[in-house]
Design a protein around this ligand. Structure first.
Ligand code: GLU
Length: 418
């Protein structure tokens, strides 16, 4: 047993890999290789805190597989970050990028830190030191980080600057999810959330339902959940409940999302939001809605609480929010679950657009980005749903199967799974 295997998230990813591998009769050599990341870097990140004390944080970059192209995946700043979790998330990135047909491999990184407990200058220092430590791995043709939980466009701007200073030249394609002013793409900040809505639209259409008028509960009101709520509301869905760390709020007729966003902009947390009823996190997860979108962290719906879920459709805006066991049980109960590698793929799709624009010194307008994003999300859904119908498998297994088939082909052609 290796250290990765101690992580529940890693174990979950291995379980779906095995399961989908069986369905497509995946080449044994390819399976063996996909079970372990190609390369792992563990670094310490010393930061001189504002009180002059040095604190050392642990950082990671895991490069899982590059059969389809350069390594690509986000960076997470969160207290739960550990090697196993990062390795599991890197593996998921390989599957996600393959499923979405992007010419990119899979990677992930992170620092075990609570970014909300650091001052801005401590956070900047942490980001710059971490960037220098992983500079030997990253680069526009090697490995391209992006935001994830606890990181954002500002983090990417600091990374770009630290990397440029370190290497002595400027190459904006070294990270994606940057602010537009320093080589970012229009529509990147809202991409994951919008992708979630495009997928919800498709999932509802399987049940001959429109997004307009459909009820939605969204767990997490950060980069993903907030943008999902804004677009869903704009397109006429009834977003009845949303939540963040401070609690959950509810309105039976649908929350006034622009008002909720304004409250967040002024107060940073949902607590105290007007014209809404306060409910518990459990009540949100157990809401009788058409679509439940968990858009925060992994392991939210588990063996212990899946029985409270009443939603007809779950769209996994976060990575790994429904555990394998819970997913199986809910699917048996008739719940239609769109898995993370499909549902939250909008972020990396627009990261790919950003990278393409950076490499070509191009600038696309927002309509171009949004319509290309929608096309890829809808098409990917159709392919996965088609597989699921044809083979009588869940959407999770089908998404993995479609992804693995592409990967297997590339690995075979490159001689990685002879
Ligand atoms: N962190 C996001 C994800 O998990 C985006 C990754 C990227 O854009 O490279 O998909």
């Amino acid at each position: 047993m290796y250290v990765f295997d101690q992580s529940p998230l890693y174990q979950n990813v291995m379980a779906v890999l095995e399961d989908a591998g069986n369905v497509i009769n995946l080449n044994r050599n390819a399976l063996e290789r996909l079970k372990r990341p190609k390369r792992t870097l563990v670094v310490s990140v010393p930061v001189r805190m504002d009180d002059d004390q040095i604190k050392v944080f642990m950082g990671y970059r895991v490069q899982h597989n590059q059969a389809l192209g350069p390594f690509k995946g986000g960076l997470r700043f969160h207290p739960s970050v550990n090697l196993g979790e990062v390795a599991g998330l890197a593996t998921l990135m390989t599957f996600k990028n393959s499923l979405l047909n992007l010419p990119l491999g899979g990677a992930k990184g992170g620092v075990e830190v609570d970014p909300t407990a650091l001052s801005k200058s401590e956070l900047e220092q942490l980001t710059r030191t971490f960037t220098r430590e992983i500079a030997l791995l990253i680069g526009q043709d090697h490995d391209i980080p992006a935001p994830d939980v606890g990181t954002d466009a500002q983090t990417m701007a600091w990374m770009l600057d630290a990397w440029s200073n370190h290497t002595g030249f400027n190459q904006t394609g070294v990270v994606t999810g940057k602010p537009v002013e320093v080589g970012g793409s229009k529509g990147r900040d809202s991409a994951t959330g919008h992708g979630v809505v495009f997928i919800a639209e498709k999932a509802l259409s399987v049940f001959q339902r429109d997004l307009k008028g459909a009820s939605m509960a969204i767990q997490g009101f950060g980069k993903v959940g907030m943008h999902a709520a804004i677009l869903a509301h704009r397109l006429g869905a009834k977003v009845v409940a949303v939540s963040d760390v401070s609690g959950a709020i509810y309105h039976p007729e649908g929350l006034n999302i622009p008002e909720v966003v304004q409250h967040i902009e002024e107060n940073r947390i949902l607590r105290g939001c007007p014209n809404a009823q306060v409910i518990s996190h459990e009540e949100l997860l157990g809401m009788d809605v058409d679509v439940l979108a968990p858009c925060a962290l992994d392991g939210v719906i588990t063996e212990d609480n899946y029985h409270i879920v009443k939603a007809k459709i779950i769209v996994e805006g976060a990575n790994g929010p429904v555990t394998t066991k819970a997913s199986e049980e809910l699917t048996k109960k008739g719940c239609f679950i769109v898995p993370d590698i499909l549902a939250n793929g909008g972020g990396v799709v627009v990261s790919y657009f950003e990278w393409v624009q950076d490499i070509g010194w191009l600038f696309w307008n927002l309509d171009e980005v949004e319509s290309k994003l929608k096309t890829i999300m809808h098409k990917s859904f159709d392919v996965v749903h088609g597989f699921s119908q044809e083979h009588g498998k869940s959407m999770r297994t089908s998404a993995m199967a479609v992804s693995l088939k592409r990967l297997e082909k590339a690995m075979k052609l490159r001689g990685q799974a002879w």
